[in-house]
Ligand binder design. Structure first.
Ligand SMILES: Nc1ncnc2c1ncn2[C@@H]1O[C@H](COP(=O)(O)OP(=O)(O)OP(=O)(O)O)[C@@H](O)[C@H]1O
Length: 369
């Protein structure tokens, strides 16, 4: 499709054999066009459009109440659309005249609290919805092996750990070979280590299945890691949609920029092609003289160097040692808020020390306000 190649993310399925994603010629799997859902006293969902190709993960990211789950529920058919259209594999499943019931849509779902059926064995859970034929049984065995739980077929859900249950929920949803997979905060109840493992396993399985995936999360790291495309939502609308690194480096406004990491924000007026900030003058070529702008830096785009009492622009308030990196909180004299910058884990700056702050002007994010 012309123009689609610009943001493309190229990958193959799990076996490395079958290319998937929007760079592959073919039809989108999921098309959402200007859908709306209105609720009294809430922004609901307003004019959301998204296109997801087979094997591609689109992440809906945004604050609580921005319409992420409502969008998923409309795709699943649990919520009706008030306007707009949803198509799966070229078939309209929802619009003003059409409302295909959820069980007739080729959609799988994994929600954070979507419990397994407690009175069914693991094999019965995974096989729920599959034909009771030999092919179904072989498929269950294959899926249990793929998630490393081949010996658990006859157990019951309460005999499995939380992470194991989540793997079963994932393959139960995949067993019916849905064209579209909807994941609503599926890993948020898992501890950090398991969450990382599950994300990787889920990505492998989902790409292997070639499903179009829509993942809802609050967690920007999860979105950056898992998504081919991220749609940032607020108050029922998509503020920006694109490849993760495009959004990270070229956010359309301060709100989008702030969803993907912490920001250090300065405000000022452009004079002679520069904006003055407490950490130095920043060139802002191409911005009209006199414009008021926000200049924002991500923590990794500021560098704190040990200085002296006279050369130092700030002093170190706190050092959070995260192992591989340190997060350093800096206090600027005369400013109520503090700055955050990241430094390598071996940096030895200590609270109370005076520092000079360096930055690469090319990394500044400039927004008029
Ligand atoms: N059935 C409903 N009746 C009335 N209002 C609703 C209904 N479902 C959702 N809403 C409202 O629509 C808005 C979007 O809700 P939604 O659950 O989609 O948000 P969300 O982004 O998924 O939030 P969270 O991250 O907290 O799950 C909210 O203001 C919510 O209160």
């Amino acid at each position: 499709m012309p123009g689609r190649g610009k943001n493309r993310v190229e990958h193959t399925d799990f076996l490395g054999e079958r290319p998937v994603g929007r760079h592959v010629r073919g039809q989108p799997m999921l098309e959402i066009n200007a859908v709306e859902r209105r609720f009294a006293g809430s922004s609901g969902v307003q004019g959301v459009s998204l296109t997801v190709w087979p094997g591609e993960v689109t992440c809906l990211l945004g604050p609580s109440g921005c319409g992420k789950s409502t969008t998923l529920r409309m795709i699943a058919g649990i919520e009706r659309v008030d306007a707009g259209q949803i198509s799966i594999a070229g078939q309209v499943v929802a619009d003003a005249r059409t409302d295909v019931p959820p069980e007739k849509r080729p959609v799988g779902m994994v929600f954070q609290d979507l419990a397994l059926f407690p009175h069914m064995t693991i094999a019965q859970n995974v096989g729920f919805g599959l034909p009771r034929s030999g092919r179904g049984a072989a498929q269950i065995g294959h899926l249990l092996e793929r998630v490393g739980l081949p010996g658990h077929a006859d157990k019951y859900p309460h005999q499995l750990s939380g992470g194991e249950q989540q793997r079963i929920a994932l393959i139960r949803a995949l067993a019916t070979q849905p064209r579209v997979m909807l994941l609503d905060e599926p890993f948020s109840s898992l501890d950090q280590r398991l969450r990382v493992e599950m994300r990787e396993l889920a990505l492998d399985l989902l790409r292997e299945a070639g499903a179009a995936v829509v993942l809802v999360t609050h967690d920007p790291d999860e979105a950056m890691m898992m998504a081919d495309r991220i749609a940032i939502m607020r108050e029922g609308r998509i503020l920006q949609e694109g490849a993760p690194l495009d959004l990270y480096h070229r956010p359309v406004d301060l709100a989008v920029a702030g969803f993907l990491s912490e920001l250090n924000v300065f405000s000022g007026r452009v004079l002679q092609g520069h904006v003055g900030t407490p950490i130095g003058d920043l060139p802002v070529p191409g911005v009209v003289e006199g414009t008021r702008v926000h200049a924002a830096f991500r923590p990794e785009h500021l560098a704190a160097r040990r200085g002296t009492r006279s050369s130092g622009q700030a002093h170190v308030l706190r050092v959070l040692n995260l192992g591989r990196e340190n997060v350093i909180e800096l206090k600027l004299p005369g400013h109520a808020s503090y700055l955050r910058c990241s430094a390598p884990g071996h940096s030895d700056l200590m609270p109370g020390e005076h520092v000079e702050i360096g930055f690469d002007p090319d990394k500044a994010l400039i927004f008029p306000h």
